[in-house]
Design a protein around this ligand. Sequence first.
Ligand code: MG
Length: 217
Amino acid sequence: MAKVTLEGRPTAVGSIFCVGRNYAAHIAELNNVRDDMPLVFLKPQRALVPPGGSLTLPDYSHDVHHECELVLLIGRDADHVPVEQALDVVAGYAVGLDLTARDVQSELKAKGHPWTRAKGFRGSACVSDFVAAKRVSDPTRLRFSFSINGEVRQRGDTAMMLVGVAALVSWLSAEYGLQAGDLIYTGTPEGVGPIHAGAHLEAELDGLVSAHWDVTR
Ligand code: MG
């Protein structure tokens, strides 16, 4: 079973939920349309890459994009949690990458097929260590950034989310049910773009935690 680290403690991972189209400027840059409900997809546990890890890009894509995102770790089972209590079930916060084979995703979208091949490959879910939720004073105002070889490519602020952290947790808990160990990738801001073999990737969450990954092929 895959694990992440919360304040130095290994924690078993359950489902890996990902939210799409949660920042207006990113919806615009890909010419997508905002839906009434959050767009949700899942990644397999084998997609996870711990901080400091190396990753191999899928050989069937020529356009793998970075999507830097705030990641939540759910601390206890949650079913139909009201928005006002939703932050209580979040155990920790991290920054991660929802790597996406954009060329493959475009083909899948055109066919009306699921996104798994574009979003679920090994190495597609990079994640930093988790910071305990009690150390995060206001998750609605967290800034994060992503750089390639030292050059900043994405800057995000959770204040710009279309559906905020508490509302996302509440909605997912009602729609699917959440369990301790589940991860939620909360969507990417604008600035997505390609990564290539040899790249050194770094992500940082508001002075709380940072992580790096190397693309080996
Ligand atoms: Mg994403």
